[in-house]
Design a protein around this ligand. Structure first.
Ligand code: AMP
Ligand code: TRP
Length: 349
């Protein structure tokens, strides 16, 4: 039997839940990636749903990457995934470029998406900045590849940080337009999963900017590989205001730096902002910061140590990714085959 015939033809509701998400190997992992994405990836894996987690190396090269650094960052991200609790026996873990159908479906979606849709993407505007004419074409069409990542697996749920919401909406638009134009009910419309108390972790130096691995100031972020002293120093120097902490979430209004540190604290402690404030409300930052540093070190140091250990055996990490790629390909191949058939490409029978 042709593999394509085994593919479910439809669509939402009828499909079993399947989770897909990805992170770019464009530098080290930050606390933002951990709280906004990876922690959620682990919870979803452990809830027993089918989970597929990708290292999106093709996305990373939309801005220049030194080849050797890219290879290193890919292995380090794989180590980060595993150290944070992803289990290659339970989740499919792989790097995007090893499953060529991502690029293939990305091309088809670049013919479905409209330039006007991509023109509205705020991430492109932020990343391209004033130098738009000099940005790569890939940076502009980035969200079409992201849609391909997700829809290639007929994924139904996508855990991401707040900043990816617009890309998820575009993914749904692409799926809907494809289904409409070709008169099929083939691609499901995936749901973003943006949950937790830290879906947007802000820079430690500026409460109005996202914590990012590409910020020029290392003091702006906590890296997953930072040692205990570095974490404590960064938190001690984090920007704050002169007031004591409020005892309810409403009191954080108009205090972005205070809100950020309390959100980080609550997310690390697996509790809500209100519950965290019941504990720390009324304290000055001079009292709260050491508590936050201690909690951050307690939660992050074991992950950093495990990452370091895993990085000593790159061959093992490469084998994990190769095995994941084989399993990912098995899921993707019939969906890709059926897509080409729907579009009208002549295929060998
Ligand atoms: P990236 O590092 O841009 O590939 O992002 C990978 C994942 O981490 C995405 O789901 C992002 O939404 C999430 N993420 C990145 N930075 C942050 C942040 N500062 N706060 C919350 N989530 C974030
Ligand atoms: N665009 C995401 C980011 O920058 C990374 C990404 C690529 C992704 N493909 C994806 C996230 C598919 C979720 C699903 O953070």
């Amino acid at each position: 039997m042709n593999e394509a015939e085994e593919t479910p033809e439809a669509a939402n509701g009828a499909l079993a839940p399947r989770v897909f998400s990805g992170i770019q190997p464009s530098g080290g992992l930050t606390l933002g990636n951990y709280l906004g994405a990876i922690k959620r990836f682990v919870e979803m894996q452990n809830s027993g749903i089918e989970t597929i987690y990708c290292i999106v190396d093709l996305h990373a090269i939309t801005v220049w990457q030194e080849p050797e650094k890219l290879r290193h960052a890919t292995r380090e991200l794989c180590a980060g995934y595993i150290a944070a609790g992803l289990d290659p026996g339970k989740s499919v873990l792989f790097n995007q470029s090893q499953v060529s159908a991502h690029a293939e479906l990305g091309w088809i979606f670049s013919c479905v998406a409209r330039i006007g849709w991509l023109n509205r993407m705020t991430q492109f505007k932020d990343k391209a900045g004033k130098n738009r004419e000099k940005a790569s074409v890939g940076l502009f069409s980035y969200p079409t590849l992201m849609a391909a990542d997700i829809l290639l697996y007929h994924a139904t749920h996508v855990p991401v940080g707040e900043d990816q919401k617009q890309h998820l909406e575009l993914t749904r638009d692409i799926a809907a337009k494809f289904n409409h134009d070709y008169g099929v009910d083939f691609f499901p419309l995936p749901e973003p999963v943006i949950e937790g108390t830290a879906t947007r972790v802000m820079s430690l130096r500026d409460g109005s900017k996202k914590m990012s691995k590409s910020d020029p100031s290392d003091m702006s972020r906590i890296n997953m590989t930072d040692d205990a002293d570095t974490i404590a120093k960064k938190i001690r120097k984090a920007r704050t205001d002169p007031d004591a902490l409020p005892s309810e979430a409403a009191g954080l209004e108009g205090r972005p730096e205070a809100r950020n540190l309390v959100s980080i604290y609550a997310a690390l402690a697996d509790t809500s902002i209100d519950a965290a404030l019941q504990q720390v409300g009324g304290k000055q930052f001079s009292q709260f910061k050491p508590m936050l540093a201690e909690l951050a070190v307690e939660k992050l140091a074991p992950i950093a140590a495990e990452m370091k250990r895993l990085m000593q055996d790159p061959g093992h990490l490469d084998a994990v990714l190769a095995d994941g790629a084989t399993r990912a390909h098995r899921i993707a191949a019939p969906i890709m085959e059926r897509t080409l058939d729907i579009v009208g490409m002549v295929r060998a029978r």
